[in-house]
Design a protein around this ligand. Structure first.
Ligand code: HEC
Ligand code: HEC
Ligand code: HEC
Ligand code: HEC
Ligand code: HEC
Length: 391
């Protein structure tokens, strides 16, 4: 090898990216020259003649690789990528979002049918370069959501919208509830988990249909924000995934995204409008979880606890000591859901499954929380006026 061996992984990543992009995009050249054609067949970032000094070799997409490598998308040790380690392959119901290979299969970018994962998909994949840098992605013009919505997309949006949409919709909940008696516990009912990092579902609001919508209520649609904020990558750097804060300051006055507020009213009954809108959402979400628990013990007659570190999160606590009941060393899954508590817990989990909810769609989040609190207030005998919330 004519160069420092420490460079080899970087160069092979470059070579790999070059193959995925086509050499034109990687080399950053705009003019078409004969050497371009040569580069297309030899996609290395090597200089054309010696002496070969690694420090002088310019790697044009070095920064992208470094940024991506430190991001959650590249974190091969994360549960989101290791969950299937003990299995032969990644289940086709999960592969679309938990591996670049599965994503390409789902969208038919690997030559198989679009809209389904044919598999088998190897374990150990991450959200690799070819997930977003893929010529075929420009032909993906719509993305299916769990509500059945086909949402039109352009370019890289197709990628974010596919994986950050969650796995359920309001209709998943209404179908499970059917015409069951609202306040009667039913052991057949199981908690419905919207899944994680559901930013795209939040962003599309009622139009995306992710929340459980109460009868007779109207809900805000997609959060259009303001130009030029128009898609996920308007705010998130696509490789680090971080939100650059300076651009927000053209329109907002705050020290952090969490402190941003436009609303002049208080939604959480505190009357405090100096805090970010995030704190109203958090306060109402906390109130809702408390009410779900009170309802479980006082109305359904079966106390529960919530443990965010353990699926399926809601466990039975018959003696009300704040610790999950155990059965053969395992916590007992909560089994006394009523239609009312199940839809409430679903909306609560949906709102809190998106840590960026305050930036992705505050009106929709606040509406879901208000209506769910209102629905529980009735059997709990709590007056909505006394809570002083705004919708
Ligand atoms: C629509 C896309 C999508 C599908 C389909 C999907 N997931 Fe996920 N999943 C995600 C995303 C996005 C995250 C990342 C959340 C985070 O950690 O920020 C995630 C996270 C996870 C995690 C980590 C949760 C944690 O607490 O760290 C597990 C486990 C998981 N998914 C299991 C599954 C299983 C099992 C399936 C199939 C039955 C599945 N997922 C299907 C998108 C999906
Ligand atoms: C989650 C999607 C995603 C992944 C994964 C991803 N990229 Fe990108 N990349 C983008 C987007 C979107 C842009 C366009 C950025 C813009 O327009 O400002 C981009 C731009 C680039 C550019 C142009 C320079 C720049 O930063 O704007 C290079 C080079 C690049 N990516 C290389 C890579 C490499 C190499 C990998 C894997 C190590 C990778 N990308 C992984 C989405 C992604
Ligand atoms: C193939 C599916 C997939 C695609 C495409 C994808 N993501 Fe992700 N994303 C994930 C998974 C899975 C995680 C969680 C990874 C982990 O836990 O390490 C994640 C994590 C994130 C996080 C950080 C969450 C955290 O816990 O820190 C952000 C922000 C994010 N993605 C934004 C985006 C944006 C913006 C796009 C489009 C440019 C995009 N993602 C495209 C699957 C995807
Ligand atoms: C208006 C700017 C904005 C837009 C547009 C936006 N986000 Fe976010 N997003 C944020 C902020 C602010 C956070 C809070 C966390 C932070 O500051 O990094 C966040 C958080 C997230 C997280 C959770 C990160 C974590 O730490 O767990 C994910 C995942 C995410 N966004 C994905 C997306 C996707 C996918 C889209 C497009 C559908 C999108 N975002 C659109 C600003 C935005
Ligand atoms: C071009 C101007 C502009 C830029 C840039 C901008 N915003 Fe906004 N933002 C707005 C406007 C206008 C609203 C009100 C939109 C509405 O309610 O329909 C808003 C609303 C918000 C809200 C909800 C506030 C509330 O009280 O409901 C949050 C949070 C937010 N923006 C975060 C961000 C973040 C984070 C960034 C930077 C990544 C950003 N914005 C960049 C104009 C902008």
């Amino acid at each position: 090898m004519p160069f420092d061996s420490r460079l080899t992984p970087v160069l092979s990543a470059v070579a790999c990216a070059a193959l995925l992009f086509g050499a034109h995009a990687v080399s950053g050249q705009t003019e078409s020259t004969d050497s371009d054609a040569a580069e297309a067949t030899v996609p290395f970032a090597l200089p054309k003649s010696g002496p070969f000094n690694p420090a002088d070799i310019e790697i044009k997409n070095d920064q992208s690789i470094t940024d991506w490598f430190r991001s959650a998308h590249a974190d091969a040790a994360a549960e989101a990528f290791r969950h299937w380690d003990g299995e032969e392959e990644i289940n086709s119901a999960c592969a679309t979002c938990h591996s670049g290979e599965g994503f390409r299969d789902y969208h038919g970018l690997d030559g198989t049918a679009a809209g389904s994962v044919e598999g088998p998909i190897n374990t150990g994949g991450v959200v690799d370069c070819g997930t977003c840098h893929n010529a075929g992605l420009s032909e993906v013009t719509e993305v299916a959501f769990p509500s059945g919505l086909m949402h039109p997309v352009q370019g890289v949006e197709a990628s974010c919208m596919t994986c950050h949409q969650g796995r359920t919709a309001g209709i998943t909940v209404s179908k499970a509830l059917g015409d069951l008696e609202l306040d009667t516990p039913n052991p057949e009912l199981r908690f419905i988990n919207p899944h994680y990092a559901t930013a795209a579902a939040t962003w599309l609001g009622a139009y995306g249909g992710s929340g459980y919508h109460y009868e007779g209520k109207e809900y805000s649609g997609r959060f259009f924000h303001a130009r030029p904020v128009s898609s996920c990558v308007s705010c998130h750097e696509p490789h680090t995934l971080e939100v650059a804060f300076e651009p927000c300051l053209t329109c907002h006055q705050a020290n952090t995204p969490e402190e941003i507020r436009i609303a002049r009213q208080s939604y959480d009954g505190s009357g405090d409008t100096t805090k970010g809108i995030r704190s109203d959402i958090q306060a109402n979400a906390a109130m809702l979880l408390d009410m779900v628990k009170t309802y479980a013990s006082d109305v359904a007659g079966a106390p529960m606890i919530y443990d965010g570190t353990r699926y399926p999160y809601f466990f039975s606590d018959a003696n009300g000591d704040g610790v999950a009941d155990q059965n053969e060393g395992r916590p007992v899954t909560y089994g006394a859901w009523t239609p009312r508590s199940l839809r409430a817990a679903y909306n609560w989990k949906l709102v809190t499954a998106d840590p960026g909810n305050f930036a992705h769609n505050p009106p929709y989040m606040l509406e879901l929380l208000y209506d769910t609190i209102e629905d529980l207030s009735e059997p709990l005998g709590v007056s909505m006026e006394s809570l002083n919330l705004l919708r």
